[in-house]
Design a protein around this ligand. Sequence first.
Ligand code: GCO
Length: 468
Amino acid sequence: MKGQQRSPQRRSSAEFPTGFLWGVAAASYQVEGAVNEDGRGQSIWDTFARTPGKVRHGHTGDTSVDQYHRYPEDVTLMRELGVSAYRYSIAWPRVQPDGSGIFNPKGFDYYKRLSDELHRQNIKSVATLYHWDLPQALEDAGGWPQRDTAYRFAEYAAGCFAELGDHVDMWTTLNEPWCSAVLGYDLGEHAPGHTSKSKGWAAGHHLMLGRGVAVQAYRALTGTATAEQAGARVVAPIGITHNLETPRPATRHPEDIAAADRAADMRTRFFLDPMLGRPYPQRHFAAYPEEMPPPVLDGDMETIATPIDFLGLNYYFEPVVVTAPEYPEGFRAVNSYHETTDMGWPVTPLGLSRHLRWVWNHIDGRYPLYITENGCAMPDELTPDGLRCHDPGRVRYLRDHFSAALDAVEEGVDLRGYFVWSLIDNFEWSLGYTKRFGIVYADYVNQRRVPKDSYYYLREVISGTEDL
Ligand code: GCO
């Protein structure tokens, strides 16, 4: 008999570990709207978005997809999708309008209603405490470059633990502190829009410190050192969400390989190593002797190293770098010649497996990993009847990234969940509403939601009827 045709290996979501958490993600300012309701204070994003020239077309999060009022419909979309978790964020100025002192019960009520609805529809409530909406009053007092902001964050976090502890199934302290610090205070691309390297890295240190103090407050409240130690008592795990990068060298030349390693200092080691009890990357500081090191006081590094329960990673693409001795840090990013998304980001699924393996090895397997965000902005085509939305690029993107994540799992990475960014199109920060990341299309005029093809694809993946 002639050689039999080998059927391609079938891979399905069933190959992920038992209990694997499939979810979708979003963030307060990007989806809630209702910025002046029920006593919500102002945040740095309200101010930034209203400052001419900061956000494309002058878009703001004032209304967005109005999830503050429409959350029951969105949770129903999640249930029909089959996800078991929703990762949202708590707007600090909703629950503590001035960023210190008095809490606002009506703000907490919203997150209770949202969690109750999630639980009613069998979905876990995964709350991020800080997804970039710092109360404006704290920015007026100096913002994250001020040490006091770290303690204000811990106070706010403790208020959330006390009020929402019975409602939340999983906590993350910060979302992407690199963005808050560097985009917000050094490059000025995000709120509050400062351009000072020393402010940026001071902000980075205080963000990491604040979350360390917050985790200690959480442990004191739950009476354990880690969620695992709670035994039969259910204690929601607490972790962090990072956007680390492990760039790929453009060539195998030793100088490019060394440059890629150096590139990981700023984006990865600075935000990861102190959490593991290691020092900040000194090599990075040496590149900016005038503005570094950040203001570290006695005991800070121990606080930052307070154990957590899991590490969340947001992954969108893998950068490529070459050696560039003319830059202080000795590298620069170059084009990777991959197909790109609407953001101009290369589509690099294999980079996801490499990244997961790198992080897993770097942390010596100390914490289980979650992909807390992955997704893409791609061209969407709404059908003339408005009932369907075709997004074949996003379907391919997701399939290839799911498969890459499974590769890492098969190689021993303890990956426990995967959150797609995002459930629904939303306010994409300084790009306003011009980029659509949703697996559900948002009609911003009449607030109609239209599930895209990628939504139906993800539904089949989760139920195991569609191959990866
Ligand atoms: C991020 C953000 C999201 C973005 C997404 C797409 O954490 O960067 O969490 O808010 O919208 O990453 O850029």
